[in-house]
Design a protein around this ligand. Structure first.
Ligand code: HEC
Length: 131
């Protein structure tokens, strides 16, 4: 059984990135952390440069389409920043993910994106807005 169905059995509702899963203030904090820790490689506008992939755009969204936000969070937690992997706190990581979601056009909501695995597992990246 997948982690999503276990989380659902525990009574958590499955959400998508279209449901306003981070707050505007959190994305602003994330922008600051991104500028310090990520922009040197992924560029100020998240478009990437050279060997460093973009973290926005249709290609990025398609790659993550259908995956859980927890997977994006863990990808960053384990392997980024590439020059010092594992150095972000979970809270910083959640802020940066909020900023990445914002830059990709997913709307803000009233509550912050939480940084615990169970909360992140039930939020799905859905590349294109469901009708
Ligand atoms: C020293 C350069 C460098 C820094 C700093 C860096 N990255 Fe990366 N990042 C890379 C490279 C190179 C790759 C592709 C190869 C790899 O995965 O190691 C990558 C890949 C990624 C991916 C996967 C992209 C995809 O298409 O799925 C994500 C997400 C990411 N980085 C996020 C971040 C975040 C967030 C930060 C800041 C906390 C950060 N990176 C800092 C170099 C960097």
């Amino acid at each position: 059984m997948g982690s999503v169905s276990i989380a659902l059995m525990q009574g958590q509702t499955e959400k998508s990135v279209w449901d306003g899963v981070y707050s505007p203030l959190q994305a602003t904090r994330g922008a600051t952390a991104y500028a310090l820790r990520c922009a040197s490689c992924h560029s100020d506008d998240l478009e990437g440069a050279g060997q460093n992939p973009g973290l926005t755009g249709a290609g990025f969204r398609k790659e993550w389409d259908g995956k859980a936000v927890a997977d994006l969070f863990d990808r960053i937690r384990i392997s980024m920043p590439a020059d010092n992997p594992g150095s972000l706190t979970r809270a910083e990581n959640a802020d940066i993910v909020a900023f990445i979601l914002k830059t990709n056009g997913y709307p803000a909501g009233s509550a912050e994106l939480k940084s615990d695995a169970d909360s992140l597992k039930v939020i799905r990246v859905v590349a294109v807005k469901p009708k």
